[in-house]
Design a protein around this ligand. Structure first.
Ligand code: 0X9
Ligand code: ZN
Length: 427
């Protein structure tokens, strides 16, 4: 059986090579929802998670919390047999992932087309009724910098592995030098709502800067996608791509590193893999990824001014703070918890969307090498948060474009509380 599994995995890996047609590796793939009803189940699922045979869309977190597992075609019967053997009940929530992905692509392409046709501003292509490609996002950032040149500035802070620009917008009213809220998105390529939400908040703050009083005392830096190669690849080749696109030297041709396992703070200690084909591959060394080095350099450059660092992910609706490498809490965790609570309260008040708050190890699982831990542990930024946006697994990564604006609106309310807090405390 072990040999058979090994052969199946090899066949799977070969078929998953990223050079084929769009979404080459999801034909016949299914997504299973399982519910661990005992500590033994949870333990078993965690073991399965660490084996890297499946793509866990949500990880084993606690007894009674659903776990969604994507199995590629050749692994579907293996997963079914495995779960049955240990008596873990499952339901298939996506019977044909390829078809579902195609449908969601058609819906987004249609939304993009409508957006283009009805665009009220010929100077850019951006809106929040569809998930846009990198060019539209960068075009919009440039437009903001030109149109609002007194308060907004765009900088290219480096190049990606594949040679794309990495762009950041600095919003600063009445001169720079104020305390900073540093916001990034898209570290994980497939988490499109993260990139869309960061660009939504950037848009609202720049274009309506007059209605945000805290901007007199606080600067905001926006980096809507810090993994541009991965983001583009998730649009063109594989909707479920998570990592960067760097060469790894893998004999199977597997590319990319999990950028949120690549930061040099307790690097590779827990919740990571040394297998380049894994979605949680930590890299050959800390900061092996040029994109993460570029972001690190920006965080370092402004470290004494950055009061809050927010990094947006999806999905699960969680507002988390360090640590991710240990279940121990930072000494000042209460301060981080209080601010998270206030932000989430404002977020929830918009549409009733519920979020959980806590340290990332205690809320989801231990995973070292994250940007949030590095921000606090090395750059010395007191308030660092990882926010997992909508939803809780209904649509997962395929969150419909119609939810971009509502997600943006509610998240903005949370971030406004953060801005007000920084203005009051450090302004
Ligand atoms: O595992 C991650 O990198 C994040 N979850 S996701 O499903 N978006 O991949 C959570 C990161 C939490 N922070 C740390 N572990 N440091
Ligand atoms: Zn993520």
């Amino acid at each position: 059986m072990k040999v058979l599994t090994f052969v199946l995995v090899l066949v799977g890996l070969a078929a998953a090579l990223p050079s084929g047609p769009v979404n080459p590796d999801i034909t016949g793939a299914q997504v299973f929802r399982v519910n661990p009803t005992s500590a033994a189940h949870l333990h078993y699922l965690y073991g399965l998670f660490m084996q890297d045979l499946y793509d866990f869309w949500t990880e084993p977190r606690a007894v009674g919390k659903n776990v969604d597992i994507m199995a590629q075609r050749w692994m579907v019967p293996v997963l079914k047999a495995t779960l049955s053997k240990v008596g873990i009940e499952h339901t298939v929530i996506i019977r044909d992932l390829a078809e579902m992905t195609e449908r969601s692509k058609i819906a987004n392409d249609r939304a993009l087309e409508v957006a283009k046709r009805t665009n009220p501003n010929p100077k850019h292509n951006m809106d929040w009724t569809a998930y846009h490609r990198l060019d539209d996002i960068y075009g919009y950032m440039d437009y903001l910098a030109t149109t609002y040149s007194d308060i907004a500035q765009v900088e290219s802070y480096g190049k990606t592995f594949e040679g794309r620009d990495m762009k950041m917008l600095k919003l600063s009213k009445g001169g720079s030098g104020k305390p900073i809220v540093f916001i990034d998105g898209g570290i994980h390529a497939r988490e499109w709502i993260s990139t869309a939400t960061v660009s939504y908040m950037m848009s609202q703050m720049v274009e309506n800067s007059g209605s945000h009083a805290f901007l007199d005392k606080v600067d905001f830096y926006f980096l809507p996608t810090i993994n541009p190669d991965g983001y583009e690849f998730s649009h063109t080749n594989n909707r479920y791509w998570r990592k960067t696109r760097s060469a790894t030297g893998s004999p199977f041709g597997c590319k990319g590193v999990d950028p949120n396992r690549n930061w040099d703070f307790h690097w590779d200690e827990v919740g990571t893999s040394n297998e380049p084909c894994s979605d949680i591959y930590s890299g050959s060394k800390a900061f092996s990824e040029v994109e993460m080095r570029n972001v690190r350099d920006q965080l370092n450059k402004y470290a004494d001014k950055i009061k809050v660092y927010l990094t947006f992910h999806a999905f699960s609706q969680l507002w988390m703070y360090p640590w991710g490498y240990t279940s121990a809490l930072p000494a000042d965790w209460k301060d981080l918890d209080n601010l998270a609570f206030d932000a989430v309260e404002a977020l929830t008040s918009v549409y009733g969307t519920l979020y959980e708050i806590g340290s990332s190890t205690n809320t989801i699982y231990a995973a070292a090498g994250g940007s949030d831990d590095w921000g606090k542990g090395v750059a010395g930024i007191k308030y660092t948060y990882t926010v997992e946006l909508r939803d809780t697994g209904n649509y997962g990564f395929l969150l419909p474009p119609s939810q971009i604006t509502p997600t943006g609106k509610e998240t903005l309310e949370g971030v406004k509380v953060v801005g007000e807090f920084v203005a009051k405390t450090y302004g």
